[in-house]
Ligand binder design. Structure first.
Ligand code: GLA
Length: 503
């Protein structure tokens, strides 16, 4: 009996928390060159050998669903549902004094990264409380983007390296190298311009890379161009920077004050607070805020084509909406996206465009022939033409692809009718669209590696008899119109793009 009492005393007096307990809030912060920090927050609760809680990093908020070990050697696995797909993060580590020394992989196939987390105040880094989305109503059309927007965006080439000097230099290049003359207007700063913290009044700030956004807008405007910016309806953007959550009206006013002309609004961290079904209401909130700011701004929705955005994009004041996940500078990625847009043609119209993502033309991952296919396909799709390469440094061939005015005229046709696939045979596809004035554009795409002979009946496009004129928009020459058929050799991964006039 005495022995039992002693044992009980030992068990109940053993420390359950203190230096050996992981319970609490932790922050692993890595300084970035723009003066902000990449932050990973851990809110942990340890009960015996079980660890529960959350890991919050960039746009993601994981719930710890598995754990093993003790503070001397533990593993936690966080999981979250991202639309239809689950995500997972694993940290392995140990408590060293009052620091957590851990290792993780950014992606399952990435090398191990070491992180050190320090204790922070209770609640620091917590996900903000959810604000109920507003009831639905229709946001009035802002009158912009009567034809698909044309411009440049920083992400595909520069990602986190975009800064004020680069944006000015790109504006200089666009204004002087024929791009502006060909119709490109918007210079869009993507993610990573935001400061780490809002100011004392809750205003969004910029980081070191963008010392004066208003001065930058003035500069871009002085070149006869327009400036675009980027944010998220979530607390964090995709790269983990400050989003517009709970500050929509205030941010729209700030952008208006700076002289911003275009907003790309990227779902990102909103995924932790809202379901896909709530997207419409969430996007409506910024649509209203932009209208209330009094400055016309093109509103670009970026939520990767979820929840049939093309059905409600115009209702939230959207001028364009992404229809897919992110493009990569590779033939497979570009064609998988571009040739998959067929069902969406009914939803494109002046003021409201399907956006199969920005151009990769000139970024080096495809051949010039493939980039012509990219440009032709996007123009057939009445897609926004947002260049994503370094406009200061283009080969003549890439310059010709991006500034082919006859191809751009297809994209910018005032009727805004997106092409559909009219036939497909193996790797060969023919797409057509009606143009203003009774004309048509027809594209013969050869997705195979080798050259192919392709043919077309004029009647397939909807022309009775023969067109009056058929022009090849890449060779800039009229083609001979023989009988009821047309045929051509189309290079591997290439295209023949024709404009057919009937009057
Ligand atoms: C998402 C978007 C991209 C880009 C990045 C920036 O992935 O789809 O176009 O804006 O975020 O973080």
């Amino acid at each position: 009996m005495k022995l039992v009492r002693v044992l009980l005393l030992v068990v109940f007096s053993a420390p359950v928390c203190g230096a050996t307990d992981l319970t609490g809030n932790w922050l692993a912060a890595t300084p970035l060159p723009d003066g902000t920090q990449r932050k990973v927050y851990f809110d942990l609760k340890q009960q015996d050998s079980k660890i529960t809680g959350h890991v919050r990093l960039t746009q993601f908020y994981y719930t710890i669903t598995e754990s093993t070990g003790t503070p001397d050697a533990f593993t936690v696995t966080g999981t979250m549902q991202d639309g239809d797909s689950p995500r997972r993060v694993v940290y392995e580590g140990r408590l060293v004094g009052d620091e957590l020394h851990m290792s993780t992989r950014r992606r399952p196939d990435a090398p191990l990264t070491e992180v050190v987390a320090h204790r922070v105040a209770d609640g620091e880094g917590a996900m903000p409380a959810r604000i109920e989305p507003p009831p639905l109503h229709k946001v009035a059309y802002n009158g912009l983007a009567k034809t698909p927007p044309m411009g440049w965006n920083s992400w595909n080439k520069f990602a986190g390296r975009v800064d004020d000097a680069t944006v000015r230099a790109i504006a200089d290049a666009m204004a002087s190298n024929g791009m502006k003359n060909a119709g490109y207007t918007y210079i869009n700063i993507d993610d990573t311009w935001e400061g780490e913290k809002r100011d004392a009044n809750g205003n969004i700030t910029t980081n070191k890379k963008f010392p004066d956004m208003k001065a930058l807008a003035n500069y871009v405007h002085s070149k006869g161009l327009k400036l675009g910016i980027y944010s998220s309806p979530g607390p964090n953007t995709c790269a983990g920077y400050e989003g517009s959550y709970a500050h929509e009206e205030q941010d729209a006013k700030t952008y208006a004050g700076w002289g911003i002309d275009y907003l790309k609004y990227d779902w990102c961290g909103a995924r932790n607070l809202y379901t896909d079904q709530e997207m419409q209401a969430v996007y409506q909130k910024m649509g209203d805020a932009l209208r209330a700011s009094g400055r016309p701004m093109v509103y670009s929705l970026c939520q990767y084509g979820r929840n049939d955005v093309w059905k409600w994009g115009p209702d939230v004041g959207g001028n364009l909406w992404r229809t897919t996940g992110d493009i990569r500078d590779a033939w497979d990625s570009m064609t998988k996206i571009g040739f998959n847009q067929d069902q969406l043609s009914p939803y494109a119209a002046p003021g409201h465009w399907n956006d199969p993502d920005m151009l990769e033309i000139g970024n080096g991952g495809m051949t010039d022939v493939e980039y012509r296919t990219h440009m032709s396909l996007w123009s057939m799709l009445a897609a926004p033409l947002i260049a994503g390469n370094d406009l200061r440094d283009m080969t003549p061939a890439i310059h010709d692809v991006l500034t082919n005015k006859e191809v751009i005229a297809i994209d910018q046709d005032p009727d805004g009718k997106q092409a559909s696939r009219i036939s497909r045979s193996g790797d060969q596809e023919i797409w057509a669209r009606a143009l203003a004035g009774g004309a048509y554009a027809v594209a013969l795409f050869n997705r195979a590696k080798d050259d192919a002979q392709m043919s077309l009946k004029w009647s397939d496009v909807g022309i009775n008899g023969k067109p009056r004129k058929a022009r090849d928009l890449w060779s800039h020459s009229d083609v001979k119109i023989g009988g009821a058929d047309y045929s051509a050799t189309v290079p591997g991964h290439g295209v023949v793009l024709l404009r057919l006039s009937t009057k």
